[in-house]
Design a binder for this molecule. Structure first.
Ligand SMILES: Nc1ncnc2c1ncn2[C@@H]1O[C@H](COP(=O)(O)OP(=O)(O)OP(=O)(O)O)[C@@H](O)[C@H]1O
Ligand SMILES: [Mg+2]
Length: 272
C-alpha cells in the first residue's frame, strides 16, 4: 500500500454552509484509517465544534488550551474508536490571526513532531470564505470542494475556487459532489462546474468521486455516529471507501513544501 512519505495535508471547504464538509471530512478520515493509513482530523470551524460530534468523541480540551500554553498538542488530541486522531478547533483558531512569534514556533514544533506519525491531516473548514478559511486552504497541499447540486451551492463552490485561483494562485483543487442521486449525476455536476472554471478562470479542477444522498447519514447523525460506523454497508459508506481509495492512489503533490511543518508555517504566514 502506498503511503505518502510526508504528511499530506487536505483542506475541505464548500463556500455554502451545511452541504456536507464535516460529514465528508469525518467519514473520509475513518475510511482512510480503516484502509491502513494514519489520519488526523483538524476541526478548523470556529466555535461550532462539529467534527467531534460527527466523529462521536468527547473532547475535554481544544485548541484554545494549546494556544494559551495550558496544554500540549498531545493533551488536547483525542482518538476516536476507529483510531482517527482529532484536534478540536473551537474558538482557538481565531487566535491564529494574532500569533506571537513564540506561539507560532510552538505550533510549528508541535505539528512537526507529528510528521512521522500521521499520513493524512484532514482540515475541516468553517462555511464561507473568510480570511481564516482561505488561509487554511492556502496552507493545505490539496483542496477539496464539497458541492451539492443546487444553484447556491454551485455558485458558492465556484466563488471559492475563483478566489483560491485568482487571489491565492493555488492549484490542486478537487471537487466532491455530495448528496447526489447517483455517481453519474456526480460526474455530471463536476463537468458543469469544471466547464465554467475552464471558461472563466482558465483552470481545470479534478474529480475524485461523488457521495450519494443517503438517509443513513441522517440516521447516523442522530445517533452521534459517523455513517462509516453506523451503517458500513450503506451506499454512502461504499462511496467514502471509494473516495479513500482514489485519494490513496494519487501521487504525492509536486510541491517540495509538503508536510506538517510547512502547513503550519504557511498558515502563520497567510494569516499575517
Ligand atoms: N450525502 C448525504 N446524504 C444525506 N444527508 C447528508 C449527506 N451529507 C451530509 N448530510 C447531512 O447534511 C447536514 C449538513 O452536513 P454537514 O454538517 O456535514 O455540513 P457542513 O458543510 O459541515 O456544515 P457547516 O457549514 O455548518 O459546517 C447534516 O445533517 C448531514 O447529516
Ligand atoms: Mg461542518
Amino acid at each position: 500500500m502506498k503511503k505518502p512519505s510526508r504528511t499530506e495535508v487536505i483542506g475541505i471547504a464548500s463556500g455554502k454552509g451545511g452541504v456536507g464538509k464535516t460529514t465528508v471530512a469525518v467519514n473520509l478520515a475513518i475510511a482512510l484509517q480503516k484502509a491502513g493509513h494514519r489520519v488526523m482530523l483538524f476541526d478548523a470551524d470556529l466555535g461550532l465544534a462539529n467534527s467531534q460530534i460527527a466523529l462521536g468523541c468527547a473532547c475535554p480540551y481544544n485548541l484554545t488550551h494549546f494556544m494559551s500554553g495550558q496544554k500540549t498538542l498531545q493533551e488536547i488530541t483525542v482518538t476516536s474508536r476507529h483510531g482517527v486522531r482529532l484536534i478540536p478547533g473551537a474558538s482557538g483558531v481565531k487566535e491564529m490571526a494574532a500569533l506571537s512569534q513564540v506561539q507560532a514556533s510552538r505550533i510549528v514544533q508541535a505539528f512537526s513532531a507529528l510528521e512521522d506519525e500521521i499520513d493524512y491531516l484532514i482540515v475541516d473548514m468553517a462555511a464561507g470564505i473568510s480570511p481564516s478559511v482561505l488561509a487554511f486552504m492556502a496552507a493545505c497541499q490539496r483542496r477539496y470542494i464539497v458541492v451539492r447540486d443546487d444553484p447556491s451551492s454551485i455558485a458558492d463552490a465556484y466563488g471559492t475556487i475563483k478566489v483560491l485561483i485568482q487571489d491565492y494562485d493555488l492549484n490542486e483543487i478537487y471537487i466532491i459532489p455530495n448528496a447526489v442521486a447517483s455517481q453519474a449525476e456526480g460526474q455530471n455536476l463536476f463537468r458543469r462546474i469544471n466547464q465554467v472554471c475552464a471558461q472563466f478562470l482558465n483552470y481545470t479542477t479534478h474529480y475524485l468521486g461523488a457521495i450519494e444522498y443517503d438517509d443513513q447519514i441522517l440516521a447516523a447523525h442522530r445517533k452521534y455516529e459517523p455513517v462509516m460506523e453506523f451503517a458500513p454497508g450503506s451506499n454512502s459508506a461504499r462511496d467514502f471507501k471509494r473516495l479513500a481509495k482514489s485519494i490513496a492512489q494519487m501521487p504525492p503533490t509536486a510541491t517540495v513544501s509538503g508536510g506538517m511543518q510547512f502547513f503550519v508555517e504557511r498558515l502563520v504566514r497567510f494569516q499575517a
